[in-house]
Ligand binder design. Structure first.
Ligand code: SF4
Length: 746
């Protein structure tokens, strides 16, 4: 294990106390950048980037720079609250933690006694450092029903990628920007990727999924050339050698056409393919169905561009794919993810310097899962919601988001009675068919919400609201996502009011519900226990700053991937399965293919007459983390209204001017956003922001902070989960757009 030299975690500077820490939730972010928190008289004064933290090297984005505005915002939840009026009425009474814990424990135990622990569901938002504790909390209660992102239709955020990679090569890979090495770009083995494909994301603006945008810029400065695949001309698209302005939802076809070129022109890595892949001949046969001239018509990308991109990627040594959540957000998303994994495999870019590297984790999410099995009785797993519906979901131990809503509404096969909702603004953000999701939660007997602010979700459903601490108000352990690097989150200030950290809440309530499963006196003892596999205590890790786990390239050659320590990949065949035996066993196509979205100019031409534009949504922004940050003045100033991007030519045809308020409408619903005219978007596509609510608007029903006004997920119906259980068409809905007040529907 490589550790930093001892670095002080706290010191005095200019009359202030400086505390070195790592940024994690809340407010939310995946990344875990190094921060220096400056405190005076017990108050956080400013935040700076920590230049000594190797992953972020002193850089910060606006969300962390606005941290003081979050912590000291007058609307922060500060005390436990109990609902005293009707649900949604906005009438609350401050209660003690003792009363809150007792009420929750009594109610949960009552439901457990009457209906079984599975009747309590546990929902959380995007994966951050609090997730393992919540996992343990659900399991120690005995419920198999922990809905990550919950419930998100099609579990369409990163899970599809994780599962596809696990099925195809038994691991988890990320783009190699030298993040596995503490020396970063100076590491002797690391190579600058000659070519980076940025597929369906804008890392320089949003730092998605464990990849910091400035790493891409660093690589560009060192010579990396970009291929960007995106319906929108982002900053990276504008700086790319090749920008392919793809029709949303056709990524699988594009990847298959690139494979067609690479295989037909013998540009693949024959040695790797021969030795380490399974099913190449079958793949070769399948890609014949996707010649570039045919795929050009499917994707709207010129044939010559597809060929040029395939050649550039295959002939660059090394080359890497950085893929985004956009790829998880089509109905049959597994196809695209499968084909792209095949791309980096057949070109020999698997686990090589500057390629897509297989990474591990250093500490306890795995231990927590082990604990889960110890504390949750075996038979409970068979009661996981949705079991048997999608074999691939079962293989991955996942709850299908849409099946969860179905069960909440039907009580089949058993009733859901209560929800623990921690760090997720469920119906303002990730769920399709928003009104159905709303009805489902409203129906439950008892709901608890843990959050920083009163959200539409808390206002609409909660019976008890618990106030969570932000990361400068607590300790914690941060583990890089897809990087075996850990460090401590260090408390710099006392929590405001009576806020508690998420893990403190889980521990204290967990002890009441199942004391055996929570043997630790306090969170520090719990952290030490979690860190045992990494061989450090919390205090040692805090003093050192960070630990990097050992990392080697080409682990498949060295017997580092399989439990039996034999060379190869951790799959049934020991190889990268281009023809997937796992997918086959799950009743799915073992090879990638392309399927038209459920609504599209091709699959539903009759609908297109009335709804001619393709709506894409779900892209992150620079200043908000999904539905968070709308109440933070400096961030909101940068993006004051929900924005729908429209091509100026199309806008002119529709009589829409820049900044006009418009309705975006599908067959299923509508919402309003402000038009932004952008040359960078195809005239047949519009892009609308997600996660919008208005903290400045009235909280009580029916407003719920204006959550019904601009919620783009109102346009998406139920029933479109992919065949595997993964994937939802958040990127391919057909819609129309019109200026408000100029239509009969306006
Ligand atoms: S990416 Fe931005 S918000 Fe996230 S931890 Fe880094 S600086 Fe903070």
């Amino acid at each position: 294990m490589t550790s930093a030299k001892k670095r002080p975690w706290k010191w005095e500077e200019d009359g202030m106390i400086a505390v070195r820490s790592i940024a994690r939730t809340g407010p939310g972010c995946h990344e875990g950048c190094g921060v220096l928190l400056y405190v005076k008289d017990g108050k956080l004064i400013k935040v700076e980037g920590d230049p000594g933290f190797p992953l972020s090297r002193g850089r910060l984005c606006p969300r962390c720079l606005a941290l003081t505005e979050v912590i000291y915002h007058p609307d922060r939840l500060k005390y436990p609250l109990k609902r005293v009026g009707e649900r949604g009425e906005g009438k609350w009474e401050q209660i003690s933690w003792e009363e809150a814990y007792k009420t929750i424990a009594d109610k949960f135990n009552e439901i457990k006694g009457a209906y079984g622990p599975e009747s309590v569901i546990f929902c959380t938002g995007t994966g951050r450092d609090i997730r393992p504790y919540l996992d343990m909390f659900a399991c120690s209660f005995g419920s198999p029903n922990l809905a990550g992102f919950g419930p998100l239709h099609g579990n369409a955020c990163y899970f599809p990628k994780i599962v596809t990679m696990a099925a195809l090569f038994g691991g988890f890979a990320v783009a190699d920007c030298a993040q596995a090495h503490p020396e970063r770009y100076e590491h002797p083995e690391w190579k600058v990727p000659k070519c980076i494909i940025i597929w369906g994301n804008e890392p320089t603006a949003t730092s998605p999924d464990g990849l910091l945008g400035h790493w891409i810029v660093d690589c560009m400065r060192k010579g990396s050339k970009l291929i960007v695949i995106d319906p929108r001309r982002t900053w990276v698209a504008a700086h790319a050698e090749i920008w392919m302005q793809i029709r949303p939802g056709t990524d699988a076809a594009l990847a298959l056409a690139m494979l067609n070129v690479i295989i037909n022109e013998n540009l693949y890595d024959e040695a790797f393919v021969q030795k380490w892949t399974y099913g190449f001949d079958e793949l070769k046969k399948r890609v014949r169905e996707y010649p570039p001239e045919k795929v050009a018509k499917i994707t709207w990308i010129p044939e010559e561009q597809i060929i040029a991109a395939a050649k550039m990627y295959a002939t660059s040594k090394s080359a890497v794919v950085q893929w985004g959540v956009a790829l998880d957000q089509s109905k049959e998303c597994i196809n695209a993810l499968h084909a792209i994994t095949a791309l980096w495999s057949v070109t020999g870019n698997m686990d090589v310097p500057g390629g897509n590297i297989i990474t591990g984790q250093l500490f306890s999410p795995a231990a927590i899962v082990t604990q889960r099995h110890e504390t949750a009785p075996e038979e409970q797993s068979s009661k996981r919601i949705g079991v048997g519906k999608y074999p691939l979901m079962d293989w991955a131990n996942q709850i299908p988001g849409e099946a969860l809503i179905d069960q909440m509404l039907t009580d089949i096969p058993y009733p859901v009675k209560a929800a623990w909702i921690q760090a997720t603004n469920t119906f303002a953000c990730g769920t399709a068919d928003v009104r159905r999701t709303y009805e489902a939660f409203k129906r439950l007997d008892f709901n608890v919400v843990v959050d920083l602010f009163m959200t539409p979700t808390a206002m609409a459903f909660a019976d008890i609201v618990l106030p969570a601490a932000t990361y400068p108000e607590r300790d914690g352990i941060s583990q890089g996502w897809g990087i075996a690097c850990i460090g401590t989150i260090n408390k710099a200030i006392e929590p405001i009011g009576e806020c508690k950290s998420d893990m403190e809440i889980n521990l204290e309530l967990g002890k009441r519900l199942n004391p055996e499963a929570w043997p630790w006196k306090d969170v520090r003892e719990m952290f030490n226990s979690m860190l045992e596999p990494a061989g450090v205590t919390f205090a040692e890790l805090r003093d050192k700053g960070y630990h990097f786990g050992p990392f080697e390239y080409r682990k498949h050659e060295k017997g580092l991937l399989r439990p039996d320590r034999e060379p190869g990949f951790n799959t049934p065949t020991g190889k990268v399965e281009l023809y997937s035996t796992v997918l086959e066993k799950c009743g799915l196509d073992p090879l990638p293919s392309f399927e038209e979205p459920p609504e599209s100019p091709v699959s539903t031409p009759e609908i297109v007459k009335e709804y001619p534009l393709i709506l894409t949504t779900g892209a992150r922004t620079r200043v908000f983390f999904h539905s968070e940050h709308r109440q933070i003045p400096s961030l909101r100033k940068m993006n004051p209204d929900p924005i729908v991007e429209i091509n100026p030519e199309m806008a002119e045809k529709l009589g829409i001017k820049d900044v006009d308020w418009v309705y975006i409408e599908s067959r299923y619903g509508k919402c309003k956003q402000r038009a932004r005219l952008s040359e960078g978007i195809h005239s047949g596509v519009v892009h609308a922001q997600h996660g919008w609510w208005f903290p400045e608007k009235p909280g009580p029903e029916p407003s719920l902070f204006g959550v019904w006004e601009s919620n783009i997920n109102l346009l998406l119906p139920s029933g479109w989960t992919g065949k595997s259980g993964f994937g939802y068409p958040f990127k391919t809905q057909m819609c129309r757009v019109y200026k408000i007040g100029e239509s009969q529907n306006g």
